[in-house]
Structure formats: C-alpha cells, structure tokens
Design a binder for this molecule. Sequence first.
Ligand SMILES: NCc1[nH]cc(CCC(=O)O)c1CC(=O)O
Length: 317
Amino acid sequence: MTVHLPSPDSPLKIGTRGSPLALAQAHETRARLMSAFDLPEGAFQIVVIKVTGDAIQDRPLKDIGGKGLFTREIEEDLLSGKIDIAVHSMKDMPTVQPEGLVLGTYLPREDVRDAFVSPRLRTLDDLATGAVVGTSSLRRRAQLLNRRPDLQVVEFRGNVQTRLKKLSDGVAECTFLATAGLNRLKMTDVPATPIAAEDMLPAVAQGAIGIERRIGDERTAALLDAIHHGPTGQRLVAERSFLLTLDGSCETPIAGLAELHDGQLHLRGEVLRPDGSEAIFGERRGPISDGQRMGRDLAEELLARAGADFFDWHQAS
Ligand SMILES: NCc1[nH]cc(CCC(=O)O)c1CC(=O)O
C-alpha cells in the first residue's frame, strides 16, 4: 500500500497538551514519523490544546473530574478534524475511547518504575517514623500507607519544580514521580531513585505513550503503523484489560504491570483500600497472545478475593 505522506502543504496535525512532558512526547512522536518516512519537520504541525485540568492546580484531580479530564477536550478536536492524531500518556487514558476514535499505536515504553524523590533521603527505608510524604496519587498513597501505616500523606500537585520547591521548604520529606517523565524531560539533576516494582507496583500503562486517531483515517493509520512498538502494545493489552475488568474509577487505587520474559507474558496486579489498610495482589504467567484474557482473569480473581464491601467506601461519600 502506498502511504499518502504529509507535506508542508498538507501537514499532519499532532494534538497535545501544553505541559512540558506532553510536548516532549509530541516531539518524540514527530521525530519518529520524520525518520520513518524521511520527512521534514514542516510536514507536521504540533497543535497545543489547552485543557481544563491543566488550568486547575489547586484541587485534587479526583474532585475536578479525574481520569479523562485531560483527554476529553483533545478527543473533541480529533473528532472535529482540528488535529489528526493525539499523543497521550497512556497512564492517564480511560480504558474505553469515544465512538469514532481508536487508540492502538504505542511508542517504545520508558522506565515503568515510580521514583522516590527527596533532596535528603534515598529510599523509602530512610523515612523516619511518622514522616510526612507528599503525593496526590491515590495509588501511591494507598501503597505507602499499606507498607508504612505510620507515614503522614499530604496532597502534592504541580509540576516537578513546584514539588521540589515544596520539598526544599520542608513541606514533606519526599515525593514520588514516574521515572519515565523525568527521563523524557531529561531531568537528570532531580534527586530521584527508582523504586522496584516489587516495592511499589506502577500504575497501569505507566511510562507508555499512546497515539489516538480517527477510525477510517487510513492515511494516518498507515503512518502510525510504521512507528508502532509491538511489545509495548502486547503489554498494554494485558494491563488495560485488567483495568477495564476492574472498572477502575479514578478513585480506586489500582496498580498493574505486564512484562515479557522468554516469550511469556508476566502480569502482576494489585488493588488497595484507599487508606492502605488492605492490599490484594495477584499474578499470571502465560502466552503473550493471551494478554487480554489474562488481564480479565486476574481482575476477576482480585475482585472475588476483595469481596463486595472492598470497594464500598467510595459510594459512601
Ligand atoms: N498522572 C500524571 C502523569 N501521567 C504520566 C506521567 C508520567 C509519565 C508516564 O508515566 O508515562 C505523570 C506524572 C507522574 O506520575 O509522575
């Protein structure tokens, strides 16, 4: 099939949020497309889309709309044709896309691990009894409190600089960031140490960039085919199937990680009570092509072990 290539006269419009990480991811996507088809930069137009979530920095995400909040407006521009592709952090993406859109192209995954960020300390074990830690992530909060019920968790939002300033001001002893974000932003001077997945299982799809397009836009489909990273796709199929079956609202602390070893898929998953009082972990190993079934199967196991009242708390408020 001949690919109808974009050109400066008919550029491919790449939609993205305006945060430094989102821009870095859009630039990486453009660079991969340029080299796959030997195209000039002018064949692409990066369109920055202002989204509500970025403008609201002072309230917890879950209070202003949660997952989907950062993507809904971008998806509207994709559907209307203002942009041709949307580049996303897969961690922030709902498991189901709006009618008319497909999200199935992935760039090679970055480091999946969370990072322990502190100007003074190196690891979780360095935290004194009762130490104050900063995070707004329900998952990280629950995982931390599960291991260390003595810790005090305070809300921490904002960009990396804001958070580092809060740490140096003594607001908290440490915070947590995805290592992938730090790497993609080349923030080598941030005092961050990766945390093993065994100690803090990452969020589903952490470190993965996904590219969304309109169904039926065959020119774009052919372009994206050339930069798709198959192994990342196989891992994400299992992780997102796990998440879909758990029907995780943004208020349920969920972690999940699929890895490929010796031609096999290894999927680990965890659900927690928000206060960390209980964590339920499970895993599966199987053929790579069984990822979707394994994700569903593991989620069903965790749901059964959790029991009906495990998720009740979030209807109470
Ligand atoms: N929820 C925000 C978000 N979405 C993606 C990343 C980092 C990059 C990634 O995981 O792909 C982050 C920041 C963080 O968790 O530190």
